[in-house]
Every structure is written in C-alpha cells, then in structure tokens.
Ligand binder design. Sequence first.
Ligand code: E4P
Length: 217
Amino acid sequence: MKFFVDTADVAAIRDLHALGMVDGVTTNPSLILKSGRDIIEVTKEICSFVEGPVSAEVVALEADAMIAEGKKLAEIAPNIAIKLPLTWDGLKACKYFSDAGLMVNVTLCFSANQALLAAKAGATFISPFIGRLDDINLDGMDLIGDIRTIYDNYGFATEILAASIRTVNHVTQAALVGADVMTAPPEVIRKLASHPLTDAGLAQFMKDWEKTGQKIV
Ligand code: E4P
C-alpha cells in the first residue's frame, strides 16, 4: 500500500519523507488555508523533494476554468496530480487531462457510481472519503470495498486512494479491503507505530537492563 501524506505542512512532510514514508502528498484548499502559504509556492517546495505524485486541487467549478487552473498547477512540476472534484465538469476536465497524459486525482467521491465514472474518464486516482461518510453514520470502508470489486471486475487501472482517513483503524481496514493508496494526516501516520504492549515491553526491558549494570557502548 502506498502512503500519501494529507497536508501542506512542509516540515511534517520532510519528517516522514526522511523515513521513507512518503510515496506522495495530497493537499486541498482547506489544507492550503491551514498552511497559511501561497498554493503555488508551497506546492513547488513540496515537489522539490517528494518524488511521487503531489495532488494540487483546482477551485473553479466549470470545466474550462478547471482546465485553465489545472494547466497552471501542472506547470509547477512533472509529478503534480491535478485534483478535480467529482462533478460532471470535473469529469470533463479529468478526461481532458488524462488524454493529455497528466495525472488526475478525482476527489470528493462518495459513491461507487461516482468512482465508476472517474475510472471511465481516465482518472489516475479516485479519492473516496472514508471519514466524512463515517461522520454521517455510513460505513466509508464499504465504499472502498465496492469500488475495489467494480474496478477488479472490469480491469480499471485507476488507483483507489483511501482519503479522509482519521484513525489508525481506517488505515488497517483500507489496507485489508485492498485500497492501492491511503492518504492520512502526519499525526495518524505517526500513530501507526504506537502500541501499548510495545511501550510496556520496552519499559520492562529498560528496567531489567539497568539491573545488569552493563553498557553496550
Ligand atoms: C483527500 O485528498 C483530502 O484532502 C482529505 O483526505 C480530506 O480529509 P478530511 O475529511 O479529514 O478533511
């Protein structure tokens, strides 16, 4: 499973990148707002050290305007994935960019039918939002499973990018159900390393080691 980091916080991305945990990055208008930085400038900085796909999202609502914005974002670096919303206009822009050989991440996907349309329009990635479905008492993971089945039934190459990941359990479930990629905030990725039995075991080992009076270096 590929790990994308869902943030525009460059320091946090660098931290995880140093450990080989960053296969790509996703941003959105809310994350750009949170970063307090200019979208072009911050995306360029991210692309200067992240080799994998870096999603940058358009904010226009009409296809021609989305295409104009997407072209500008694609100029930032060759590894930009143009992020487009799952609307009819977004699908038109998706087809345009996939025909042009550019990467597209179709975002705000909440149904299997939407995912089917995105694959037919040539999306590189489809982003079903797990957490936001859970927020309204639906099971986001069922959607990932349905999309996996549909894409496998017909051999679609579009990668399933599990998005809106809020918990470590979401990561496990998305991996079990066969998402190709997951994107999560840096703090969720860091939490994947935590386990209370690891902490307890380590504390016991430290206590016993101290009693030996030995040193390794
Ligand atoms: C995905 O590309 C989005 O940026 C993100 O995962 C949305 O997550 P949220 O629902 O926690 O805002």
